[in-house]
Design a protein around this ligand. Sequence first.
Ligand code: HAM
Length: 416
Amino acid sequence: MNISRAKGTKDIFFDDMKIWQYVEENIKEICIKHNIDQIRTPIFEDTTLFSRSVGDETDIVNKEMYTFLDKGNRSITLRPELTAGVVRAYIENGFSSMLTPIKLWYIGTMYRYEKMQKGRYREFSQFGIEVFGSDSYLADIEVISVAYELFKKLRISDKIALKINSIGCSKCRAKYIDTLKEYLVDKIDNMCDDCKIRYVKNPMRIIDCKQDKCKSAKQNLPMITDYLCDDCSKDFESLKQTLFDVGIEYEIDKTIVRGLDYYNKTVFEFISKDLGLAVGGGGRYDTLVEVLGGTHTPAIGFGLGMDRIILLLKEYELVKNNRNVDIYFIIFDSNIFPKVFKLTNDLRDLGYIIDIDICNRSFNAQLKYASKIKARYICIIGEDELKENLCGLKNMNTSEQIKVDMSAEEIGNILK
Ligand code: HAM
């Protein structure tokens, strides 16, 4: 019996892989230009890391984690998100004693046991950034602008809405939660079972419950933005004004509370306008470093769903395969291979994409292959050509054929 891939996972290859690489290359370039360093953290971590940071009562921790005991009887979890791991690394590696701010980016797979649907997988990837050491709204702007720059570069910025909210600090939130609970006290019995638990453990999560049963009870719900303290309110105003000043369009969405417990103040989501899917989300988590045992360090970050970005690029057919082979080398027998080995690598050093027969195929079969892979040129080399130190170069679009010196520079000049 054949073995299939596990539900919720996928193989990425060929054309799709090229789209992934295209996005990853853009991410890398943008992060370098913003002076953000890359970080890699383990795929599995101590389970407590996630229960303490993401929150015991969240769907992620409660229902979606891949948790198991390893052979040493330790409870291990495949990371369901990456912020917690980066914060752990921040504390464990003493980043707090280094030059501030610390700005980090990552791309990695994560794991959530979720119901499958379009754009929702059990293994998925995120590109994220985490910035430590600034409590200024300017850090919020800089972080949001990295995502915005990426969307612009990928030509999907007009297809994505930035939705922002402020969920306040612990001070203003305490007052708000009392009011929220008071408002819901005579309605909660008719709400869904999850909301009944949320009412006790984390009432703000009731706001983004999608169950029909809960909709009517939430119609005139008091909203946190009306309960912000002076500092949070001032910061939120500055954030909105500066987003406007720098030309980043946004909407205020008072229902954004985020599904992870570590957030405070600014929270935001990037939503695909056509598909209604969240392409990314993030916000401030000024207390998380402390909660996980470090010193007080304000921080903010986001995670973008790579799989969903790729989905959008494919949906709008925004990526062409621009990585065709520049020259396919056709050789008459395997003895020629070592003799052109240096030439092929010299051309690769000049930046060209070079391929060569490795199957001992006939001349005709090699020609057919070169045409199928849409090589721009073929370079034909037999014993005669080798003796003269020449090769036949054929432009596959025009069929024009010339003889040139077997030198990477000469060949490169023709390809330009
Ligand atoms: P999150 O909202 O849970 O936030 O995930 C961020 C993004 O990951 C989502 O908006 C979505 O695009 C993608 N995503 C989530 N689950 C799936 C899935 N099952 N399949 C495909 N894509 C998915 C976080 O994870 C936070 N750690 C983000 C953050 C970083 N906040 C601060 N720093």
